[in-house]
Design a protein around this ligand. Structure first.
Ligand code: BV8
Ligand code: ZN
Length: 246
């Protein structure tokens, strides 16, 4: 079934000069990666918001690492879904110019996306809490990883709540937003700042926002089109419409 909103979205995508996309956990939901805030977002009855903070890590690094190890295990086992692969195809055939993701699961890269800005970091990256060592895990952490340089604890190299986003990445994000006349917003609750405001930058410079989500969000009122449904099902349908339009 192809809805009117899907046709409208395909037309705007087909006419776009320079298109960027902002993705959130909803893109990985059909790969069985739990979202942050949905009913499945809980782990041992902890709210992700309580664990993804410097305070939680300072208070209980073992518990926070157990949460990341659990997520790394899930993500290592999970399969890509058609949302990831369609987004990668759109980059490969020049439909999508750049991808800005809030996800730290690395699944966009696994699907072949290359122009990716991971604004909240990478689940497999680590950094030392005291020296400038940076590392990468190639399998889920066991206990608390230790810095090989100074023997202090390593932490996940992700952006926790209350931490600033990497300024070099933010510069690149704003360069991409400034170039875009269309911004896709795919599978995000649009609650986390500053990422949730990125699409508004495109809107305020005269561009369009296309939102793809199973629910309405704070960005829905600013969207030119809101396509309701599961992105693993919707994006391939939009891709078919694009083929007919080209
Ligand atoms: C900052 C990395 C400056 C870690 C993440 C008040 C008090 C304190 C702080 C604040 C405040 N007000 C604002 C702030 C700032 C705070 C913030 O925004 N808080 C909000 C929540 C109130 N932001 C920050 O702290 C940021 N830093 O502002 O720096 C600063 C400096 C010092 C002091 C103050 C400010 C840092 C934010 C980054 C946090 N790190 N992740 C990790 O992952 O372990 S955020 C985390 O949420 C994930 O990255 C996730 O991607 C992100 C956003 O969530 P979503 O991706 O949208 O996922 P969610 O589950 O919410 O939604 C899923 C959506 O998908 C839903 O809409 C659902 O309907 C949809 N969906 C589900 N299935 C499908 C689907 N759609 C389509 N198809 C489907 N199948
Ligand atoms: Zn160190």
């Amino acid at each position: 079934m192809v809805s009117e909103t899907m046709k409208e979205a395909a037309k705007i995508i087909s006419d776009a000069e320079y298109m960027v996309a902002l993705t959130g956990a909803g893109v990985s939901r059909e790969s069985n990666v739990p979202t942050f805030r949905g009913a499945d977002g809980l782990w041992r009855n902890y709210d992700a918001m309580e664990l993804a903070t410097p305070h939680a890590f300072a208070r209980n690094p073992k518990l926070v690492w157990e949460w990341y190890t659990w997520r790394q295990g899930l993500i290592a086992e999970c399969e890509l879904n058609p949302a990831h692969t369609t987004i990668a195809d759109w980059e490969a055939n020049g439909v999508l110019n750049h991808l800005i993701t809030q996800n730290v699961d690395g699944l966009h890269r696994r699907a072949g996306s290359e122009n990716v800005l991971e604004v909240h970091g990478d689940l497999w990256a680590t950094k030392c809490i005291s020296c400038d060592y940076q590392g990468r895990l190639d399998s889920p952490a066991e206990g608390i990883p230790i810095c090989p340089e100074c023997n202090n604890m390593l932490r996940p190299d992700v952006v926790w709540f209350g931490e600033s986003l990497d300024s070099r990445i933010m510069t690149r994000v704003h360069e991409e937003l400034a170039s875009a006349d269309v911004c896709l917003v795919i599978g995000t609750s649009a609650l986390v700042q500053p990422a949730a405001s990125f699409p508004l930058v495109v809107k305020h410079s005269g561009g369009k926002i296309l939102e793809f989500n199973v629910e309405r969000t704070p960005l829905t009122p600013a969207s030119d089109v809101h396509v309701s449904g599961k992105v693993g099902e919707i994006l391939p349908k939009i891709d078919k419409l694009l083929t007919n339009l080209s």
